[in-house]
Every structure is written in C-alpha cells, then in structure tokens.
Design a protein around this ligand. Structure first.
Ligand code: CO
Length: 173
C-alpha cells in the first residue's frame, strides 16, 4: 500500500464527472487500499477517487463504524434534512454549513463487483452525499447553506458543545 497525493481545490481533477468502474481487479483493490490508507493518514472520514487524481466512481468512507467502499454509487432515495459543518481534505482550513438529507439509501458495488445497499443516517449520510458529490465534480463549498444570522448563531451554539466532531478533516473527509 502507498499514500496517494490529495489534490486541492483549483485542480481540474476535482471538477470532472467520474467514469464508471468496469474492472474489479487487483488494480482496483490496490487503489482502494491506498485510498483507505491515505484517508486515515489525513484523519479524514471520506475520500473520493478524484481527490487522488483518479477519474473513477470510487469512494471510501469510515465515520467510525468501519470501512465502507462504494463503487459506482447511486443515491436511490433521500429523506429529512440536517445542517452540519463540513470540511474537505481538498479544501484546507475551510468549514462551512451544508444542508444534507438526514437519510440516504445508496446502492453501489463492492470491491468484487456485487451490488450492495446501505441506509445511511446522520454523519454517514453526510459522508455519502459529500463523497458522491465529488464524483460529479461538486465540492461542499459549492453548496454552502443560505442561512440567516439567527440560524447561524443557533447552529454555532449547538456546535460549540461538539467542537471536535467536524466533518471531513478532524475526523473526516
Ligand atoms: Co471532500
């Protein structure tokens, strides 16, 4: 295994539509292992292949409930809403509030090509949305929640108590 270089905002690799994976071979498994290692080394909770310069539909996520590998993911259903601070390994020193579904049902292939489904809630749901956005060339800074001062104040108060639970860089993506 090896650490991969994480590309930063401004790099065109982050703005492409990722291509589908068709070969579930050793090369894919090596990439998945490298992505896991790279994500962990960077203290991220999620990583998408375009972030390591690979234009393929591949995501790794670990929000503390074990590693999840999503290949060719498709979000089938969403429900509810949550607003949380997000960051990104490709966007340093930035955290912004983003509106996401509370729950997403996602269908994807695993590393051997079998189709699997996950019902993701809370942080897992955020990670699935954030990382699948990367596969469509979308970054969290493109969808910062439009909030009133009052709403922001309320969220900041709520999050002061859970200051170390930021998404994507402290623990996450
Ligand atoms: Co990200």
């Amino acid at each position: 295994m090896a650490l991969r270089n994480i590309v930063k905002i401004g790099d065109p690799a982050l703005r492409k539509n990722a291509r589908k994976v068709t070969n579930f071979d050793d090369k894919l498994h090596l990439l998945l292992d490298d992505m896991k290692e790279t994500m962990e080394e960077a203290n991220g909770v999620g990583l998408a292949a375009p972030q390591v310069g690979i234009n393929r539909s591949i995501v790794t996520i670990d929000v503390g409930e074990g590693l999840v590998e999503l290949i060719n993911p498709e979000i089938l259903e969403t429900s509810g809403e949550q607003i949380n601070l997000e960051g990104c390994l490709s966007v340093e020193d930035t955290k912004e509030y983003v509106r996401r579904p509370e729950h997403v049902k996602v269908r994807a292939q695993n590393r051997t090509g079998e189709w699997v489904e996950y019902d993701a809630y809370d942080y897992f749901a955020i990670a699935v949305c954030h990382e699948t956005d990367h596969l469509n060339g979308v970054l969290f800074v493109d969808k910062i929640a439009d909030l009133t001062e009052e709403e922001l104040e309320e969220l900041r108060k709520r999050d002061e108590e859970a200051d170390d639970e930021d998404f994507d860089t402290q623990e996450d993506d």
